[in-house]
Write a protein that binds this ligand. Structure first.
Ligand SMILES: NC(=O)C1=CN([C@@H]2O[C@H](COP(=O)(O)OP(=O)(O)OC[C@H]3O[C@@H](n4cnc5c(N)ncnc54)[C@H](O)[C@@H]3O)[C@@H](O)[C@H]2O)C=CC1
Ligand SMILES: O=C(O)C1=N[C@H](C(=O)O)C[C@H](O)C1
Length: 236
């Protein structure tokens, strides 16, 4: 498979190495100083985009307008995702966004939803979340924390919204974001009562899970059409 790699930072470099190991070729690497040209999009089967919250929208739009299937793992730009979905439909394109490409986290999302659903009958338990990442991370809360929060809000009628600040409002889910050293990504959801607590946690040991998931999804993506989800790939 021929890959157009957009973003050559921590994720882009690791994806390049893993994709080559799996026998793929990188037709071009586009970083902040480069442009995505029609020539580049014509040479590739798929684009993989891990850049910056401010640049994801334009990168994805450009690929969709040039008929190149694209997956993006960039977080922190989701207010513009509905626009991208419209552009994808208008161009009969293929687009996939996942806040986290690791298989373990996507299983964790399901466990989180199940727990949120059964906890709604037990409102003596207050939910909260902590996410911990490396100090280079640009956005807070993490994209994964937002997906977890959306899962809780969808399944538990007692929780109406999330906040990244302290809150006394029982209908609001507090998310605490910590930035420490080189931590790849840890997410913990806790339900606490006066007598005990229940916690579920996912801890990434390295970026390998994100990288492997992104390349496996990229192999599957060119045969798909429309706005697709990682759940479709994982058959979850
Ligand atoms: N969905 C997932 O599984 C994961 C998502 N991420 C997200 O991916 C994004 C990138 O993460 P890292 O690689 O760790 O960041 P990084 O800061 O190491 O690399 C980002 C790269 O994008 C480049 N860049 C910035 N603007 C660009 C533009 N307009 N066009 C092309 N390249 C541009 C930068 O120069 C840099 O090389 C972040 O939003 C992060 O939250 C990170 C890990 C896993
Ligand atoms: O920036 C990161 O590193 C990560 N970003 C994603 C997120 O915001 O959830 C996924 C993973 O946690 C690593």
């Amino acid at each position: 498979m021929k890959i157009l790699l957009i973003g050559h930072g921590k994720m882009g470099q690791a994806i390049e190495a893993y994709a080559i190991q799996r026998g793929h070729s990188i037709v071009a690497i586009v970083d902040v100083q480069d442009s995505i040209t029609p020539i580049l999009t014509q040479q590739a089967d798929v684009a993989i985009e891990f850049t910056h919250p401010d640049s994801a929208f334009e990168n994805i739009k450009c690929c969709l307008e040039n008929n190149l299937p694209i997956l993006s793992g960039t977080t922190g730009w989701l207010d513009r995702k509905p626009e991208i979905e419209q552009i994808c439909k208008k161009n009969n394109g293929t687009f996939l966004y996942a806040s986290n490409f690791s298989i373990g986290v996507n299983l964790f999302f399901k466990v989180n939803r199940f727990l949120a659903k059964i906890m709604q009958q037990h409102d003596q338990y207050s939910p909260s979340m902590v996410e911990v990442h490396h100090t280079h991370k640009k956005d807070a809360p993490s994209g994964t924390a937002i997906t977890l929060a959306e899962g809780i809000i969808a399944e538990n009628k007692n929780i109406k919204s999330w906040t990244n600040q302290k809150t006394e409002n029982s209908g609001e889910l507090p998310i605490v974001s910590e930035r420490i050293g080189e931590i790849p990504g840890t997410h913990k959801v806790t339900y606490q009562s006066e007598v005990d607590q229940i916690s579920i946690e996912h801890e990434a040991y390295s970026r390998d899970g994100f990288v492997q998931g992104a390349v496996l999804v990229a192999e599957w993506l060119p045969a798909q059409k429309g706005v697709v989800k990682i759940d479709d790939f994982l058959k979850l």
